[in-house]
Design a protein around this ligand. Structure first.
Ligand SMILES: *Cc1c(COP(=O)(O)O)cnc(C)c1O
Length: 390
């Protein structure tokens, strides 16, 4: 492999060239069944006809306009996205290019909301241990994992972490004299596919509402249908003040979004925030197709059914190396008694792409269009590469 890239990624020895459906092929023509979807990005798989058509048509018309102007397609996308999130109270959107950038926007909203209403000193943002919120200096500071807090300091101050699931600890941490917001992943992705308990989210929402602390959901990985509802927070019956989205939102074209509700939709004013590429026509054209497709109830129902099927098959093995199978929809974590990385490397050789999350957890994020047959094929490969009992 070449030396031109900075050494930031632990790359597997494969160079992909093209994809079709849930399959990728490498430069040697070998095929791989994809249970990663480019880390929850390629939610409609590869070569999805209406997505290809929309992107091709848009690139022939207009890729980009500066944000001093509007484009028809970006406006249509923003309207459709806000409508898709209206049931949980969202009213307006700011479009960006990535997850980290969306979370940066959320933090800015939290800071300004609190400053304008309560004055300085109430700027803290509480996040959960095990969370992942991005790679910029501020979103690293927001990320509740020690391993990310080295080498790059000083970090943005004002973040504090609570253990997920501990309602008393959350109650103590959400001090209304110093805390502006709680930022939370409904289902933690990077650290092992860990859905929060209903009772925990219900309590968090009540504390936030009582104390005028903003409830902000990072749905960058678990949103856009991944868990079988358009937003993961819908399943908890809560109404956040801010939601961030990215990854799957434009099916493979870079995009990010910060959505705001009643309290937050108008916090950012003229000149407060911006992003050159944010929500450009190409990303918007792709995002429109994703929204039109994924929001359909029958489509979401299929995500739930296929996720349940995967979990059922895995549990039916009663495999001695598998200690836990969990997740929602097509966002699935499998805890192993052995390290995940060698399993993932062995499955790659057999033509199945998997992700890990933490040292001992396999993470499945297949494209939503995966078929029953492909699920069975993938799990057959996984079974064959798991170390045998004993
Ligand atoms: C991937 C991810 C991010 C960061 O997104 P980028 O597009 O890589 O900046 C933030 N939060 C969560 C939950 C993620 O999964």
């Amino acid at each position: 492999m070449t030396d031109v890239f900075m050494n930031t990624y632990h790359r597997l020895p494969v160079v992909f060239e093209k994809g079709e459906g849930a399959w990728l092929s490498d430069i040697n023509g070998k095929h791989y069944l994809d249970f990663t979807a480019g880390i929850a990005v390629n939610c409609l798989g590869y070569g999805y006809p209406s997505l290809v058509k929309a992107i091709s048509a848009q690139t022939a018309k207009l890729n980009h306009v500066g944000n001093y102007f509007q484009s028809d397609v970006s406006l249509a996308f923003a309207e459709k996205l806000v409508a898709a999130c209206a049931s949980v109270g969202m009213r307006k959107v700011f479009l960006a290019n990535s997850g980290a950038e969306a979370n940066e926007g959320a933090c800015k909203i939290a800071r300004k909301y609190s400053l304008k209403k309560y004055g300085p000193g109430r700027h803290r943002i509480v996040t959960l241990k095990g969370s992942f919120h991005g790679r910029t200096i501020t979103t690293l500071a927001a990320t509740g994992q020690e391993k990310f807090h080295k080498d790059f300091g000083p970090f943005t101050e004002g973040f504090l972490f609570v253990p997920p699931g501990d309602i008393d600890a959350l109650d103590r941490a959400l001090d209304p004299s110093s805390v502006a917001a709680l930022l939370i992943e409904a289902v933690q992705g990077e650290s092992g596919i860990i859905p929060q308990d209903d009772a925990y989210i219900t309590a968090a929402a009540a504390f936030c509402a009582d104390r005028d602390i903003l409830l902000m959901f990072d749905e960058i990985q678990c949103g856009v249908g991944r868990t079988g509802t358009f937003l993961a927070c819908e399943a908890y019956g809560v109404k956040p003040d801010v939601i961030t989205l990215a990854k799957g939102l434009s099916g493979g074209v870079p995009v990010g979004a910060v959505l705001g509700g009643e309290k937050t939709a108008d916090v950012l004013g003229m000149g407060d925030h911006g992003s050159t590429f944010g929500g450009n026509p190409l990303a918007a054209a792709a995002g429109l197709v994703v929204l039109e497709t994924v929001q359909q109830p029958a489509f979401l129902q299929e995500i739930r059914r296929k996720g349940e099927k995967i979990r059922e098959i895995l549990r039916s093995w009663n495999h001695p190396k598998i200690t836990c199978v969990r997740g929602r929809g097509l966002m699935i974590g499998v805890d192993l008694t052995v390290e995940a990385w060698p399993v993932l490397e062995a499955s790659l050789v057999q033509g199945l792409l998997l992700l890990s999350a933490g040292t001992h957890t396999l993470r499945f994020l297949p494209p939503y269009i995966i078929s029953d047959n492909e699920i069975e094929q993938a799990l057959k490969i996984l079974y064959s590469v798991l170390p045998p009992a004993g």
